[in-house]
Design a protein around this ligand. Sequence first.
Ligand code: ZN
Length: 312
Amino acid sequence: MPTQFSKKKVAIPAANSSAGKSTTSPTSFKKPRIGSAKSRKRDIPEGVWTKCPKCTTLLIDKELDANLKVCPRCAFHFTIGARERIHSLVETCSFQEMDADMLSVDVLGFTGVAAYTDKLDEYQKSTGLKDAVITGIGQISKHRVALGVMDFAFLGGSMGSVVGEKLTRLIETATEKSLPILIISASGGARMYEGMCSLMQMAKTCGALAYHAKSKFPYISVLTNPTTAGVMASYATVGDLIIAEPGAMIGFAGPRVIKDTTQSELPAGFQTAEFLLERGLVDAIVARRDMKERLSSYLDFLMEGVRQRTAG
Ligand SMILES: [Zn+2]
């Protein structure tokens, strides 16, 4: 019923408008209302704003970008791309990317609901990335740092052979050059398209980190929303310092699986950064706008420790 009514409202002014605009009939009253609705739409075209999932405020994308993808109203931390993240952390022009052209190979010839090669093509086009991590050496304040940043937009930040290999090479370079390591995770876990080859990246990255730990140079792990499964169960949670962004979901299996398996109610806030801070897995929760400054002071502290040990 209401749809029929509104259709009539649109049709009538269109027919009458040419006959006499100046008359104050109900039809001429309705027409400007339709027009003004259109101009409002023109002011905020679609794809230019984003609704905050926490406070439901409509946020202009440009303003959201300028605020490092954090809601100015409720401080909800949206997912941020790897390149934007690197840009927000390192000194201008200091980042030298490593293994930028390393590409995933479809070792299993995976075909299912979607072929792996098609998925790779699709995500390479949509993100402009080659795979789900960017690695390289950059400078944060006065410290040169081996930096690895995952991008959730590429196949859910899943860890395949390329992610594992790029991170391992980064860690080995850091050990060789006596640099601290900073890895920022955002991942749904291991990449199922690569089966076993994906799972072995957990051991490979952790093996390289164990060698790095022997060198006494620090490794800082930053967990962002979400950091789960195989990534959470390997390099993301073996940092000398483990930092999380506010509200980040961090866990191994999903809450529903745990609830079904344990047959018990899960505590409030289960698998959030705040929950894990209380229980000691996370050392600090740092808001995105403070991240660079805090990382810089952590590096000051940790690198001074290294300096004193090597001097002594
Ligand atoms: Zn919000």
